[in-house]
Design a protein. Structure first.
Length: 522
């Protein structure tokens, strides 16, 4: 990616011969060129909406979670950009999931042989994966990989979701058994299906209440450090895990987060895994960049250094912070161009990122997309960036590494463990927030300049100047087959115990419940 730098002037795209220049007048006073005056007026005009967005952000941060992620978020849909966000369309509805299925089922070097499969089929384990809503996102990617890969380990899978979507449709098309069951019908569905083991991927009180009689045959999967969980959720989770089997956390940081709040629990760390490069259908760089260029409505030059952020627009993902750090890096290297693509979970966060780019002279180098084809974006990218406040196991960072794209990651989830395995893969920088608590994140994301802005920008510049890309290979610990094997071991362990289901909960006194609330809220 080392290319001859181009100089950027405030008067671009005017030619040097015709561009008016800023400078000093005869009396020594500083004189602004017409272009720069216009730009300053524009930034001043755009500053008023930023103040409004900051006020809405403050209100968002003080609203209790039960309203914040319901009525308030729906109200924030009024901030939707006219026409929405553009996207890079996927080539085939199930292309990404098909690649996961191929890797999960056909990895001859690690999957069980035919003789093993025949033996496991006789005494196979039945597993119900309870996934909640199943549309798009990191949790959905893990659920899809498990649904399609666990049968190769002798585990028959049924995926139960409360709401369908793209992921549910894709894994069903690949042969997975998917059932749409509302929470109020879940207990009856479990009773009728009678699986050997249940794997739970959502921390929803109604879902946990429905599964409470079957807690002893259940395995919780903790995907992230959930800073916004209400006391009701923590109480439900505390009671459920007290009776449940061992749990799984996708990183040591996530494990420590939940143990600190739930007390002593048997939590296994199983990091997320993705398919290797041999299992992916990767478009050419030229074709990929042509698709991206068509989506953003701007030409992408061959010597542009394309920085990619694949993430939802949500509070914890910190799109505005990434845009701000990128623009600082772009001042030092104007070859940089940023693409952020993901589902607009919060239109307030989309607007915040949009406002940051509009305030800056290089804002035209930043493009915001909706959920898009990850293979095309990664194939056209030179660098992957994630400046999140909190993550469990960022799957897309693994996908970037698997495709030989260097990464710059904030120190969240297993980011440090990933880079420690091979420093050539990129860099980890401190996250902006002091910790992952709700108020620490809220304080940091409202700052005009976040605390890690400069060091994140410097890391982007260093990685942009690399003379070569890292080798397209994943460390074994982050391979898909490693993840599947570890999940299968835990599931078989719980299924083999055959513990009786909980028939009735012991009565709880108001005093005991109050003590639990105070401990969890503290």
């Amino acid at each position: 990616m080392s290319r001859s730098p181009r100089c950027w002037s405030a008067a671009q795209p005017l030619s040097r011969s015709t561009a008016p220049r800023c400078g000093h007048g005869d009396d020594g006073s500083f004189v602004l060129c017409a272009v720069e005056r216009d730009r300053r007026r524009t930034r001043l005009r755009d500053g008023a909406p930023w103040i409004v967005l900051q006020a809405l952000t403050i209100i968002t941060d003080v609203i209790p979670p039960r309203y914040r992620f319901g009525h308030w978020r729906r109200a924030m849909n009024a901030l939707r950009l006219p026409g929405g966000l553009p996207c890079v369309p996927r080539d085939g509805a199930a292309a990404e999931t098909a690649a996961c299925a191929e890797a999960a089922r056909c990895d001859a070097s690690a999957a069980p042989r035919d003789a093993d499969l025949r033996r496991l089929a006789v005494s196979g384990t039945t597993c119900m994966i309870v996934a909640g809503a199943l549309d798009s996102g990191g949790v959905e990617t893990v659920v899809a990989a498990l649904a399609l890969g666990l049968p190769a380990h002798g585990i028959e899978v049924e995926v139960v979701c409360t709401a369908g979507g793209r992921c549910a449709d894709e894994i069903r098309a690949q042969g997975a058994r998917v059932s749409l069951v509302p929470n109020e019908m879940l207990a009856e569905h479990v009773r009728r299906s009678n699986p050997d083991v249940i794997q739970v991927h959502r921390l929803e009180p109604d879902l946990l209440a429905a599964l409470a009689p079957y807690a002893r045959r259940s395995v919780m999967v903790f995907h992230a450090m959930e800073a916004y969980l209400s006391r009701r959720v923590w109480l439900a989770l505390t009671e459920f895990t007290a009776d449940a089997g061992p749990s799984i956390a996708v990183s040591a940081a996530v494990r420590n987060f939940f143990i600190a709040r739930l007390g002593s629990r048997d939590v296994h760390v199983v990091v997320n895994g993705v398919p290797g490069t041999t299992s992916r259908l990767r478009p050419s760089r030229v074709a990929a960049r042509a698709k991206v260029s068509a989506a953003v409505g701007a030409p992408i030059a061959d010597d542009d250094v394309l920085v990619l952020g694949l993430q939802r627009y949500s509070d914890q993902k910190n799109a505005a912070g990434l845009v701000d750090a990128f623009l600082l890096a772009a001042q030092a290297d104007p070859r940089l161009r940023l693409i952020i693509a993901g589902a607009p979970e919060s239109w307030l966060e989309v607007r915040r990122a949009d406002a940051v780019r509009r305030r800056h002279p290089l804002g035209h180098r930043v493009h915001l997309l909706a959920d898009s084809d990850p293979d095309a974006l990664l194939a056209g990218a030179d660098l992957f960036a994630l400046d999140s406040f909190a993550e469990g196991g960022p799957m897309v960072a693994l996908e970037a590494v698997a495709m030989g794209v260097p990464v710059v990651l904030s120190d969240v989830g297993f980011a440090a463990q990933l880079i420690a395995a091979d420093a050539q893969m990129g860099e980890v920088v401190p996250r902006a927030s002091r910790d992952v608590s709700h108020w620490a994140v809220a304080r940091e994301r409202r700052r005009w300049r976040q605390s890690n802005r400069t060091i994140f920008a410097e890391a982007l510049n260093r990685q942009a100047e690399r003379s070569s890309r890292p080798r397209a290979a994943l460390p074994e610990a982050f391979a898909l087959e490693t993840m599947l094997s570890a999940h299968a071991r835990v599931l078989r362990e719980v299924a083999s115990h055959g513990a009786p289901d909980v028939q009735a909960s012991e009565p709880e006194t108001p005093a005991a419940r109050g003590r639990a609330v105070r401990r969890l809220s503290g």
